[in-house]
Design a protein around this ligand. Sequence first.
Ligand code: GRF
Length: 203
Amino acid sequence: LRLAVLASGRGSNLQAIADAIAAGDLAAELVGVFSDKPGAFALERARRLGVHALAVRPRDFASRPAHDEHLFSQIDAVCPDVIVCAGYMRLLSEPVVTARQGRIINIHPSLLPAFKGLHTHQQALDAGAGVHGASVHYVTPELDGGPVVTQVRVPVEPGDDAERLAQRVLAQEHPLLLATLRLLATGRVQLAGSAHGSRVELD
Ligand code: GRF
């Protein structure tokens, strides 16, 4: 499984993928790491790993679609089977997503469809949720709206603040993402459907 990773920040999910590959726990190859932020630590991790690392800055382009088209032309050049958004903090424009539907996944720190968007841990606390967690879903043009592939539940504990909760969720995100990539590597799970609705199918 050839993997490209899109990340805007710290890149702990990227590191978890790299560590699993190195340990022989994930039959995959990291073929590129891409970011909208030249200073993203994820890019530094990629360089240390000897993986192709590239930042494409939005401000160098006239529009969001123009930025996305260039970014994804660079991603296509490394021929990934799956593109993993792991802390990529920009909304992807519809044409780049539609052209690669079923090949882009995202890890999101909530039990979707609850708490889309930003500040999910604070959203969960504000809602008084007893259980929180993380989801891996296929990316469709709707923000955090594509079909869910896998989820992990993380209980909210008394005294949790957003930071503490985020830490416990993140610790579960890494194994969740690895398990999901192993599942995708089997080729048995795929995105099915049309513009009118999509779903995950397991054969
Ligand atoms: C994770 O919580 C992920 O779910 C969210 O952004 C964070 C990225 O963390 N989309 P990292 O950059 O992989 O450490």
